[in-house]
Design a binder for this molecule. Structure first.
Ligand code: ATP
Ligand code: MG
Length: 468
């Protein structure tokens, strides 16, 4: 049966010819070669694998000398990357692993000539299947049955495997969220018992798995599982502060349940990028620390967007997100209340809003607003009438072709230096900012002669220092 399926995969071009040619070459050298791990699992699920992993009985040296352009990617771990045309195939020598005294890396690795040894060191049964180039399946731990039943099971005893490498606990949640699989009570218990060991795992590895959970089609389910198993508090305890925190009549849910609702809505209705998913997850992280009760007994979260942006920055830095992700995510959190409508807003206030938020972020803010509203559990329709009115007014103000940022001004830094007679330096920027401030208030000032005159006025009034 597998042979038929194998032939179909091959005929449909699902398995690249390069992979088969690598397997053939390994056999020619007298070794055994198999497709293994994640790509085998994805093939069985009719998902197209991201990358192709081959396991082989040949030693890394033998693999290296069998191919003309090998890249010794991780040769100390037994991995050689073989380049065949455009395709890169990772060939890893069968191996077994020693004790894991630090809960993240084996103390030693030995190469093996037996496929079963290699499959036995893998994390989950669904990731521990292999197939040779004739379509012969090796599934010693019942991965196929678990795939069919949709469940995550460890190879061997869960607690022991999580003790070896604590990241596997997060990977269990990741596969559950990606594949919509169940995680048995026994595994969840073993995770809770060992959750603290996650502190010994590098933050880069945690970030990688967390991103996969956030980008899956069930991110809220994944996050709930991380929280319930106590994994979440090991790296982002700030999020757990929202658990059980009741809100006000605008919300049907506690802060944490609303967070999950927002994340779920983002995945179902809105953006699929990582920044939007992170912003959905972290947008209200400041609420628990901003909670107060007003005279009427109403719960308020004054300034939570500002406090939340600062907390989120620390959280994202802790997991070593890149600067662009940190800046974009915290910017969205900082401004996630901006599209709430204030009826008394004048045109100048709208221009200031566009300047503050940045035109390029408005689309993302709309997505966050929709998800946030959906997650409140009390509102109908993607956007309130007030927000729609505000967006209309933003569109109208934009049509007027006024200046919203420094680059829209009718003068630039060179003009400022020339008219004011000053050298490059922070003062140039300060003058430009002052000009923009006036133009946001009154767009008719945005002409070169008027602004040049304003620069002269500022110099004369002593607001700008003249060059000696
Ligand atoms: P993806 O689709 O994200 O690539 P994957 O299952 O291929 O998922 P990888 O990190 O590429 O994940 O790992 C490839 C294979 O290596 C896995 O399928 C699994 O067999 C094994 N593996 C990866 N990480 C671990 C781990 N921490 N412990 C044990 N085995 C692991
Ligand atoms: Mg992979």
């Amino acid at each position: 049966m597998w042979r038929q399926r194998w032939i179909r995969w091959f005929a449909a071009g699902v398995i690249p010819p390069a992979v088969l040619s690598v397997l053939r070459r390994i056999e020619k050298r007298g070794g055994e070669g198999f497709i293994v791990g994640g790509c085998m699992r994805d093939l069985m699920l009719d998902r197209s694998p991201d990358d192709w992993d081959v396991a082989s009985s040949l030693t890394p040296e033998e693999v290296r000398s069998s191919f003309s352009r090998p890249l010794p990617t991780g040769i100390e771990h037994g991995t050689v990357t073989v380049v065949q045309g455009d395709a890169h195939v990772e060939v890893t020598t069968f191996r077994t692993e020693g004790e894991y005294s630090d809960h993240r890396r084996p103390d030693w690795v030995t190469f093996s000539r037996r496929l079963e040894d290699d499959l036995g060191r893998r994390d989950f049964t669904i990731n521990a299947m292999a197939m040779d180039r004739r379509g012969m399946l090796h599934d010693p731990f019942g991965g196929l049955e678990d795939l069919a039943c949709g469940r995550i099971r460890t190879v061997g005893e869960a607690a022991e495997r999580f003790n070896e490498d604590a990241l596997r606990m997060v990977r269990a949640v990741r596969f559950a969220a990606q594949l919509h699989f169940a995680v048995g009570e026994d595994i969840l218990l073993a995770i809770r018992d060992n959750a603290r060991l996650l502190r010994q795992v590098s933050v880069e590895r945690i970030q990688y798995e967390l991103n996969r959970i956030l980008l899956s089609s069930q991110p809220a389910r994944g996050l709930r599982m991380l929280q319930q198993t106590e994994l979440l508090e090991q790296f982002w305890p700030e999020l757990v502060e929202g658990v059980g925190v009741e809100q006000n009549p605008h919300h049907a849910y506690t802060v944490w349940e609303h967070t999950l609702g927002t994340l779920d809505a983002m995945a179902r209705l809105c953006g699929s990028g990582l920044v939007l998913r992170l912003a959905a997850l972290l947008h209200d992280v400041g609420k628990p620390r901003c909670l107060s009760v007003d005279d009427e007994g109403q719960r308020r979260f004054f300034n939570h967007h500002v406090v939340g942006a600062a907390i989120a920055r620390r959280m994202l830095s802790r997991l070593r997100y890149d600067n662009q992700t940190i800046e974009r995510t915290t910017h969205l959190i900082r401004h996630h209340m901006a599209l709430h409508h204030y009826p008394e807003m004048k045109d100048a206030a709208i221009r200031r809003l566009i300047n503050r938020v940045g035109l390029e972020h408005i689309d993302d803010l709309i997505q966050l607003r929709i998800a946030d509203r959906e997650g409140s559990g009390t509102k109908r329709g993607p956007l309130s009438r007030g927000t729609i009115r505000l967006l209309d007014r933003i569109a109208k103000v934009l049509e007027e072709d006024s200046a919203f940022s420094l680059r829209d001004l009718a003068v630039d830094g060179n003009d400022v230096m020339e008219v004011a007679g000053i050298d490059p330096g922070p003062e140039v920027g300060e003058i430009l900012e002052a000009l923009l401030d006036e133009v946001l208030e009154d767009p008719s000032l945005n002409t070169e002669p008027v602004l040049r005159q304003r620069i002269r006025d500022m110099v004369e009034s002593g607001d700008a220092e003249v060059r000696e």
